[in-house]
Design a protein around this ligand. Structure first.
Ligand SMILES: [Zn+2]
Length: 128
């Protein structure tokens, strides 16, 4: 899976189209919540890098992909698409809670998206 290597360059060439992440509340033209907490206005990081015109590619925001990759990618046969289909209303709510928790943890680590995440503590904060 392609990853966004440089959020600064990526944001500068973005040309978002108000696309909503299919799993959570974020739109591609929202300000990224981690950057916003650091006082920077950058477009929402997305799961896939944008194309050469800066258009958003893929259906999932960066944080939903991060949750999926950390917790579900190692499950045999599990793809992002299968994961999306497996989420009923209850599981979707749990997923959104995890996304919010990941955003909070990255923000608390000073905005370092590559910081090693303690997923046990993420699961701890998945309150209903
Ligand atoms: Zn999302």
């Amino acid at each position: 899976m392609n990853v966004v290597e440089d959020p600064v360059k990526e944001s500068a060439r973005r040309n978002p189209c108000h696309r909503k992440c299919v799993l959570c509340i974020f739109y591609d033209d929202d300000w990224d919540p981690v950057d916003l907490a650091q006082g920077r206005k950058r477009y929402m990081m997305w799961g896939k890098p944008c194309n050469s015109k800066g258009e958003t590619m893929g259906q999932f925001c960066y944080y939903c992909v991060k949750v999926f990759c950390a917790l579900f990618r190692s499950v045999p046969g599990m793809t992002l698409s299968n994961y999306q289909k497996s989420l009923d209303d209850v599981k979707l709510k749990l997923h959104v809670n995890m996304v919010n928790c990941v955003v909070k943890k990255i923000t608390e680590s000073g905005g370092n998206r590559r910081a090693v995440m303690d997923w046990d503590t993420v699961e701890d904060c998945m309150h209903w």
